[in-house]
Design a protein around this ligand. Structure first.
Ligand code: DX5
Ligand code: ZN
Length: 225
């Protein structure tokens, strides 16, 4: 699948996270996302080592792929993610994001992801400073800034995230690169609006989307913040 990654000037890219879906009825929830104006489907992979939680793995993701009409935005919260690049490509990842804190030889990892036709993402946990990206930004399609400590949905947004987005936006403009900014964790209408004003291109929404009374309208509103 060719992923449209260029954000139009009109609307924010929205990537609903399946972590807050009903796991006993995943296809129903994926079809809600299919019917919505969401752009991507966010898949959180956890190994119980990089984060204190375990989510789902390859067999479930390949079945998700068979139902989803949206590109899969796969967020790897695992140690040594370079071990699984080919596997995630095979099961249908369109955007593959690794954490800077868990990756060794990040440059080669990003090149391998891109050589397979996927978009390459790098995620930063709340305590990792933006300047860690200074010598690698030109190789990254998407920087994912965590708005909460990774591992669980439904946590409160860390307000300092807004400053990190502004710093990253400045770095992107200064270096004249096309990298997009994605924020994951604690996104709702209020934090989403502040994030978009600070320069965020992509909003991940988990519990806010799945707990909302009308998820399809929620996506519509998030897109036009
Ligand atoms: C957390 C995950 C997020 C999570 C976001 O580790 O990376 O994608 O699902 O959930 P909310 O939107 O509820 O904070
Ligand atoms: Zn995520």
């Amino acid at each position: 699948m060719q992923v449209g990654i260029n954000k139009s000037n009109m609307s924010t890219i929205i990537s609903p996270s399946l972590l807050s879906a009903n796991f006993l009825n995943l296809s129903k929830d994926i079809k809600i996302v299919n019917r919505s104006e969401a752009d991507w489907l966010h898949i959180d992979v956890m190994d119980g080592v990089f984060v204190p939680n375990i989510s789902y793995g390859m067999p479930i993701i390949s079945q998700i792929k068979s139902v989803s009409t949206k590109p899969l935005d796969v967020h790897l919260m695992i140690v040594q993610p370079e071990r699984f690049i080919e596997t995630f490509h095979k099961i249908g990842a369109d955007i593959l994001t690794v954490h800077i804190e868990g990756a060794i030889n990040l440059h080669s990892t990003l090149q391998r992801i891109k050589s397979l036709g996927m978009k390459a993402g790098v995620a930063l946990t709340p305590h990792s400073p933006i300047n860690m990206l200074d010598d690698i930004l030109q190789d990254i399609d998407v920087v994912l800034i965590m708005g909460v400590d990774p591992g669980f949905g439904g946590q409160s947004f860390i307000p300092h995230t807004i400053e990190k987005v502004k710093k990253l936006k400045d770095m992107i403009l200064r270096k004249q690169v096309a990298t997009l900014i994605e924020v994951d964790g604690g996104v709702n209408f209020e934090t989403g609006k502040q994030l978009v004003e600070a320069g965020t291109d992509i909003l991940v929404t988990g519990s806010f989307f799945f707990n909302s009374p009308d998820p399809i309208t929620t996506i519509h509103k998030l897109k036009s913040l």
